[in-house]
Design a protein around this ligand. Structure first.
Ligand SMILES: [Zn+2]
Length: 162
């Protein structure tokens, strides 16, 4: 299951990549290009634009219209529709910046790439082989988990309403 997201969904794109999904994103693709790529690469088109959604559906493209007010709501509706998982497993996680699978790296390897305090406090690090961005489950990790918990709650709510 691969996705392509419209220019308004940069934040959601980063979430989906962290969750391990392949999401193509660029904010300078026009509607026709988005539809063409979705068709050619068999990607599900994610959009906040109702007109684009309707155009895509009319052309037989698998598309999904997102209307959530928060990332947690959008993730919940994607979990409802496509059964995406709402847990981050680092082994399958992708770089939120460039969509490449991240790789766990030896701590020593990142010694000159992260701050000293981060280096001394954390033991597990991941690196993007393409853009070389380093990741660790730092203070921001609690916020990430909180959003995912919220998404799971939203999903339960949607399922109860059905
Ligand atoms: Zn990257």
């Amino acid at each position: 299951m691969k996705f392509i997201a419209d220019g308004m969904l940069g934040k959601l794109t980063r979430w989906l990549r962290m969750l391990g999904y392949d999401v193509k994103y660029s904010n300078n693709l026009d509607d026709a290009q988005l539809i063409m790529i979705a068709k050619k690469e068999r990607r599900i088109l994610l959009t906040r634009d109702l007109e684009l959604y309707q155009q895509a559906i009319a052309k037989g493209i698998n598309a999904f219209y997102l209307e959530g007010k928060t990332e947690a709501e959008n993730l919940a509706s994607l979990a409802q529709r496509f059964k995406i998982k709402l847990n981050i497993e680092m082994a399958t996680s992708r770089c939120p910046k460039c969509n490449t699978r991240v790789k766990q790296v030896a701590k020593e390897r990142v010694s000159d790439k992260v701050e000293e305090s981060t280096f001394s406090y954390y033991n597990e690090f991941w690196e993007c082989p393409k853009c070389e961005q380093v990741y660790w489950q730092g203070a921001h990790w609690a916020r990430i988990q909180k959003t995912l918990e919220k998404a799971k709650e939203n999903l339960e709510k949607i399922q109860k309403e059905k």
